[in-house]
Design a protein around this ligand. Structure first.
Ligand code: NI
Length: 187
């Protein structure tokens, strides 16, 4: 048996995120959501639901900006505000960081007090906007220990991720448990 961490960036976006949470709950699957800070205050119920249902929540900056080349103060403004806003909703749990575009530099590494999480399988869901493509990448490319990148802004990503879970859960040759990034790291 292997382990996969499905990760969703750029939310919360209730229109699609809630449908994803419904589908994950039905399948008993835990995922990780890297949130943009600005929409969190408007969609607290969705964020609280993520935490209540056992999903992991992480940081993805306040306005989805690249942190590359930023000073410590600029980084602190982007991440500190996002962290405080999320923690005001879900409590003082540790929030890992996924930097937008995967850009990491030395200043960021020094500033970050929390693990920086990139990915090992990229569905490129934002580019194709095609549920079958998302499903195919996950089913065909993901291996034990992979971290899969998606975005819960797109209805096609939600459908593709759930279809991939259904396919993998029905197989006997390739069985995976879907876990959060923290759980995967612990394993
Ligand atoms: Ni992003």
């Amino acid at each position: 048996k292997g382990y996969l961490a499905l990760t969703f960036d750029d939310g919360p976006w209730p229109k699609t995120t809630e449908a994803l949470l419904d589908g994950l709950a039905q399948r008993g699957v835990k995922a990780t959501f890297f949130l943009v800070g600005a929409p969190v205050a408007d969609h607290q119920d969705t964020v609280r639901r993520m935490a209540d249902e056992g999903h992991q929540i992480g940081l993805h900056t306040w306005h989805h900006v690249s942190l590359q080349g930023m000073t410590r103060e600029e980084i602190a403004a982007q991440l500190g505000k996002t962290q405080q806003t999320i923690q005001a909703v879900v409590g003082p749990e540790e929030l890992m960081l996924r930097p937008p575009y995967g850009f990491v530099d030395e200043t960021l590494k020094q500033w970050a007090k929390t693990p920086i999480v990139c990915w090992s399988v990229d569905t490129e869901d934002w580019k194709y906007r095609d549920a079958d493509h998302v499903k195919k990448v996950i089913v065909e490319q993901a291996q034990d220990g992979d971290v899969v990148l998606m975005h819960d802004l797109y209805e096609t990503s939600v459908r593709g991720a759930l279809a991939a879970i259904d396919e993998l859960q029905s197989r006997t040759d390739k069985t995976y448990a879907f876990v959060t990034v923290s759980q995967l790291a612990a394993i």
